[in-house]
Design a protein around this ligand. Sequence first.
Ligand code: SAH
Length: 230
Amino acid sequence: MSNAPPPDPEKLNAARQRLLVEIAATAAETANWTGRQAFSDAVMAAMARVPRHEFVDPDSRAAAYANRPQPIGHGQTISQPYIVALMSDLLDLVPTDRVLEIGTGCGYQAAVLAELAGHVYSIETLEKLATPARARLKRLGYDNVTVQAGDGFLGWPEEAPFDAIIVTAAPERIPDALVDQLANGGRLVIPIGPQHETQFLVRLIKDQDGAVTRQDMLPVAFVPMVRKGA
Ligand code: SAH
């Protein structure tokens, strides 16, 4: 059990509002990398709605709205809020979209996506993270998220194709299964690169004829995407 005092809702709200200002400022600063001066109103509203403090360790709640990554246990981290917002924005979601996420972690990114899309399918390789994330998302009312413990390298063929795919752990190259499971007109956002070198955030677009184009965005640092059981 944690000894942390229960969070003061007003303080959390104020911290969340400050975070939105910081995300907007960082978006403007990185526009030359990302091509986006500002994120959509829908993405900013989703960032304002999702209670990030519910996803971190109770002892880290005070820092939940700092614009930096946080540990979520088992050697994994929840991304910096700016990166969550950027990746969500780059997916260009509409409310009917079906989204695949690889790397559920604590479920925070899945919750942000659930605010923006129709249904989110999320795969997490560590059962010890998948099980609590599923319960947390359910408790917070995110009925449009399905979490499965499994190997993200394989995607989720039974539910494919997806309008958007987001990968929140870094493989060395883009897994073929994920490109195959992207619908025509779909968007894939993924960090690519070796684990101890700079990775790049990459965006793939599949056009209506199935042709794929790649855009390299900006340097990022993600935990490695690993084979299940590795
Ligand atoms: N999106 C998460 C952060 C994820 S950290 C959140 O909002 O909390 C990256 C996650 O990817 C880790 O939990 C890690 O266990 C998971 N992961 C790594 N390799 C994977 C794979 N092959 N398939 C599915 N998940 C994987």
